[in-house]
Write a protein that binds this ligand. Sequence first.
Ligand code: TYD
Length: 220
Amino acid sequence: MSITINKSSLFISFEGIEGAGKSSQITHLQTELEVSGYQVTLVREPGGTTFGEKLRSAILDSSTPLHPLAEAYLFASARAQLLDQVILPALAEEKNVVICDRYLDSSIAYQGVARGLGPQTIMDIHSYPPLSTMPHLTIYLQISLPTSLQRMEQRGQKKDYFESEQQDFFARLIDGYQQALKMAPTRVIPIDGEQSEEAVRLQIQSEVWKRLKISKQEVS
Ligand code: TYD
């Protein structure tokens, strides 16, 4: 079944390596959009559906290393289900902004580059609907490797499947995101995640408002 995306709706994804600050910025954006009269559909990847959450545990709690292609297809399966059940129906509605915590560019960076499958393999997996659905805007919160390692250390939480990787994996991730950026320079907007939380918030707001074509006066 094909769904038409409503012209007043917007699909935004957030990307970045561990510790980039996605969660706080997503919360800020959600509040600002709701205050401005938008309905916000917030989802995270992998997950967001009952099936997707099962796949999330299958991957992130895995005690054995998965083949990179197995990882790529598991993420893609969860994504296809999320698009069909949640994202596309939400985008068909009026003034609905879907905010997705990670999406395709995570697969490009993590499985395509850091795991070595190649970005094109990931794009090929995403060549059929609903997986061919691209966000209108992707906010890439850019931080350095030392900042990422320091923030992970400060959190002090138990490390999951990817967080337990060695430093060279995280260095390859940064390269992976650079490649994703080059592949879609008008969709993926890099924002310096080392600035103050407030400076980052304002830059994100400006990028989103541009795409929603609303002015500052309508916001507050
Ligand atoms: P999560 O706890 O949501 O991480 P974060 O808080 O950093 O967003 O775990 C998701 C993990 O899955 C994260 O390490 C990135 C990884 N991932 C991929 O490797 N490929 C993908 O396509 C997606 C969506 C996530």
